[in-house]
Design a protein around this ligand. Sequence first.
Ligand code: ADP
Length: 480
Amino acid sequence: MDALIKTQAFINGGWHTAKTGKSFAVSNPADGKKITDMTDCDASDTTAAIDAAYAALFTWKSALPTVRAAALRAWQKKIEENAETLARLLTHEQGKPITEARGEIAGGAAMLGWAAEEARRAYGETIPAFKTGTRVITTREAIGVVAAITPWNFPHSMITRKVAPALAAGCTVVLKPAEDTPLSALALAALAHEAGIPKGVFNVVPTSNPKAVARALTDDARVRKLSFTGSTEVGRLLMAQCAPNLKRLSLELGGNAPFIVFDDADLSAAVEGAMASKFRNAGQTCVCANRLYIQRGIYGRFIEALNNAVAGLKLGAGDQKGVTTGPLINHDGLQKVEDLVADALAKGASLTCGGRKSALGGTYYEPTIIRDATPAMRLASEEIFGPVAAIFPFDTEEDALKLANATEHGLAAYVYTRDLGRAFRMSTGLEYGMVGVNEALLASEAVPFGGIKQSGFGREGGPHSLDDYMAIKYTLFGGL
Ligand code: ADP
């Protein structure tokens, strides 16, 4: 693992200490111990990275798509060869169980493979002429330098899902990873370098001061696009910062996913789905089931079955055998979960299990089920981001739809039913970017991931993934 632990910024194909010489600690959330000191970049380091990305842009975007595709495939291969090391590093800095970390690395590598394939299919069009003696063509061209800002909950795949399509399209990138998890980002940079990605094409600036680095990225007119994944609050801020020079934006922001189970559902499939959706990554994903709406006829049985499944979870350090649920990322995260649970209990919900910090200490929180939740509780409108399943009863299909849509967010929603008509009515009626019908795990390199409403816009992955990094150019040829 040590060979892939990098503690400097990766700029213009080389490793650099921040100009101020300052550093910050990166710690393992499983035991709170410091893993390493990390160089702490500021605005001037960021500008150096933009200089490098801008200088590399013309050659990279002018290269044949097959050349970019080959570079991405070489990077993918390096990731696959180092998958176990990357997974261990990821678990070390982020806390998730090693099996989940392995899945995330595989997903990241797959995204590079997908983008490499798509690089060759950035087709343009010919349009029938509208004037005699002319021809009309459209081409799709790389937007330019892209800034990427990513969160800590998927420190590997949130990067590859932005950088892979950006590079495939011919853009160059400056990435600011989350301050809790810069190691996975820098390990990716090291492998990109080994794979022969040219200098300046992919740059990484770790920092404990996201505001300063983000400001340098948003204020620089050479940066033509910002791709951000994180909270709605910060997304709004960044959108405003990008307004003065009209940067293109992709924003993948907070979710508040409803998970709806009708009386006619396959109960065991619904429970299995709820477990995967709610408790994966200790509940710290933006597509996590945040509100479980269970129809009255199945309410008691669902809670009992979920309770039995939750009893089988094992809390602990992600690299230990049999552990299904790791620690929360930090003390702020833990505090938020405690506050939301206290609020729900004060407003009349009751606990089926859990509901407190774990005896393991640190940032471990016991897997928890809260029943009889109501819309007045904070957890109905705020992302819990912890291993807490909040269960709300409902009566009719109409009620379920109304409750599910009563949020400013619109990222992912889930429905369990065996009634085909209802499945279609619900998938149409749910105001979300992604809907799982009798399925709880939605992410793949092959599908468009993203939201609507205050969950943002832009799609990552799938057949349209390069569009977010390309502009259409129309050329009129006259005098023919
Ligand atoms: P989360 O709740 O997932 O931590 P954040 O939106 O706080 O969501 O963080 C996601 C990313 O946004 C991280 O890389 C973080 O460093 C960055 N970030 C946080 N605050 C700001 C800010 N004011 N300006 C720019 N980036 C920020």
